[in-house]
Ligand binder design. Structure first.
Ligand code: ATP
Length: 549
């Protein structure tokens, strides 16, 4: 297809406000495409390379302005282009405002004017440009770019400029391309969607849909070395998780950076959250994977920077390691990193995207000898709190809650992964009761009844049993025992004397407790030695907090 025809079509799409019409226009474009179908599918989204390929054109705006200026003729400078951009606000509009053609220069077509530049030629030239390296590379890039602009008419120049700066913005999102592939080649959208998830390449999927149909799409699999988009999480609470799924798969939320590990049996590649290849920056992770991964696999996880004791360092440290291109050996001495793998997308020939989380985790345990993050499946808020306090004690951020029945959805920020929101507020509450523990905790008081201040009285608002270590239980028993008023079996009434600081997720109206309110997911944070019962939080504050919820 001529690039002019592509530009013409892109113009029509851009001018079309209705989504369905946009899909129809893209469908038509796909039907008209030839050998260049894959390129067109990528260009429409402002891409030269597939999403999984982190090759970039590495063209800064200034280089683009210089190319435009050179193609526009002697009297135009890059500064003029920049000034015009400041007026017009969009590079495509600026490029389209010049008359190109006929400017002499390296790589230029000297006949001048629009001359049947094709989509494939633009693609080839831009790929050549992306591969240019070393000294003088900017000049060579400028020559190639100038050569392209010099052959472009205004409409072509508009979309060429946007393409090279990755700012296509014609309203064609991923969903549009997916639907148009389905319509153009008569294949189910679900097959297109799945194929896109595993291949991460709209160009490839369009071609396979056209040439091999639904069967072809269904036979596309994950490939080691070709990253997929990471599954993402929403903020949520333990209450949300247990209400939605009955039980939750809980793991530590590591304070590091997302990493996707690919191992084909020989080589390891590592990709960041945005699918950049970071293999060279993290040689110790490569060595670790080589030593511990026993089969070809694709793993999802987090890399964490650690200090000499193995305790996590702030995640900026790991990002610094990602960015490091030179002196990696030195950087490695300065900041050690560790892998915490929490998911498995592919193991030993099996794609696992459609497999439920616990089974994926089992495969992870099978293939990776070390560095596997724990996964606890439970419906017990206390156990969840226990996992959370371990994570916090280990210096990590908290917990992730995942739907145990969920499959792996690349690129999705759905309801199936929740990052537990940190507590917004805490309450200082008076201990007015407790229960003697059982088994190994029989000697200790536990499950403490907490009360708010209501005038001269103290009214119960909930019980806390979580977030307390055995050591703390022993201390709390010593602290509270002198204040015990009455005992009835395991139940103990306690004279208001000790104030706990407590975290919670939510306050709910409740007939269970005298205050009329109940804390959801309360956790013990510490004893407020500095506070007396009369300094504890009041019911009025609780009611204000409820209003703010
Ligand atoms: P997001 O990645 O969701 O866009 P973000 O980069 O700001 O957001 P957070 O909101 O803090 O990160 O949390 C999500 C991130 O937590 C994940 O992308 C992943 O890097 C990290 N993470 C740490 N531990 C886990 C885990 N066990 N399971 C999933 N993700 C985890």
């Amino acid at each position: 297809m001529e690039f002019a025809a592509f530009a013409d079509h892109a113009g029509e799409i851009e001018a079309e406000p209705a989504d369905l019409e946009i899909v129809a226009l893209v469908t038509e474009l796909f039907e008209r495409a030839d050998d260049d179908l894959a390129t067109i599918a990528r260009f429409l989204q402002g891409r030269v390379f597939p999403a999984h390929d982190s090759t970039t054109l590495d063209i800064g705006p200034r280089l683009c302005y210089e190319a435009i200026a050179r193609a526009a003729g002697k009297n135009v400078s890059a500064d003029d282009v920049e000034d015009r951009l400041a007026e017009v606000g969009e590079i495509g509009e600026v490029a389209a405002s010049y008359e190109f053609g006929g400017q002499q220069g390296l790589g230029a077509f000297t006949g001048g004017g629009a001359d049947g530049l094709t989509v494939s030629e633009v693609d080839e030239e831009l790929r050549t440009l992306a591969a240019v390296e070393g000294s003088g590379s900017q000049d060579t890039k400028l020559d190639i770019l100038f050569g392209l602009f010099n052959r472009a008419d205004p409409d072509e120049a508009r979309y060429l400029a946007r393409l090279v700066l990755s700012e296509m913005r014609i309203g064609v999102g991923e969903g549009t391309v997916r639907d148009a592939i389905g319509d153009a080649f008569d294949v189910p959208v679900a097959s297109v969607e799945r194929a896109l998830q595993v291949s991460n390449d709209y160009g490839l999927v369009a071609e396979v849909a056209r040439d091999e149909g639904e069967d072809g799409l269904d036979s596309l699999y994950l490939e080691t070395g070709r990253p997929v988009q990471a599954m993402l999480a929403q903020a949520g609470t333990v209450t949300d998780a247990l209400e939605a799924w009955d039980e939750a798969a809980v793991s530590w939320k590591f304070d590091g950076a997302r990493i996707q590990v690919h191992y084909d049996g020989d080589d390891v590649s590592l990709f960041s959250r945005n699918m950049e290849d970071v293999t060279d920056a993290l040689p110790e992770v490569v060595e670790f994977v080589e030593a511990n991964l026993t089969a070809p696999a694709i793993l999802d996880g987090e890399v964490v920077a650690v200090d000499d004791e193995g305790d996590p360092l702030p995640f900026q440290e790991i990002l610094r390691r990602f960015r490091r291109k030179h002196d990696v050996a030195k950087a490695r001495e300065e900041v050690a990193v560790e892998l915490e793998a929490f998911d498995c997308l592919h193991a030993d020939g099996d794609d696992l995207l459609d497999v439920a989380l616990p089974a994926r985790h089992e495969r992870l345990v099978e293939v990776l000898d070390d560095g596997v993050a724990g996964l606890w499946i439970t419906d017990d808020p206390d156990e969840i709190a226990e996992v959370e306090s371990q994570a916090l004690d280990a210096g990590h951020e908290g917990i992730m809650l995942k739907n145990p029945e969920s499959t792996y959805s690349p690129g999705r920020r759905g309801q199936n992964w929740l990052k537990r929101k940190p507590d917004v507020e805490t309450l200082d509450l008076v201990v007015t009761g407790a229960e003697w523990g059982e088994g190994r905790r029989a000697e200790f008081l536990g499950t403490f009844m907490l009360s708010v201040r209501a005038g001269e009285e103290f009214e119960p608002i909930g019980k806390v049993a979580t977030g307390i270590t055995d050591e703390e239980l022993a201390e709390l028993t010593d602290l509270l025992e002198p204040h015990v008023l009455t005992e009835d079996g395991k139940d103990v009434e306690i004279d208001p004397a000790v104030v706990f600081e407590v975290g919670y997720e939510e306050i709910q109206a409740s007939p269970t407790y005298e205050s009329g309110w109940a804390l959801r997911f309360p956790r013990f944070l510490g004893v407020r030695d500095d506070k007396n019962p009369e300094d504890a939080d009041t019911k009025a504050r609780v009611e204000r907090l409820v209003e703010d919820q």
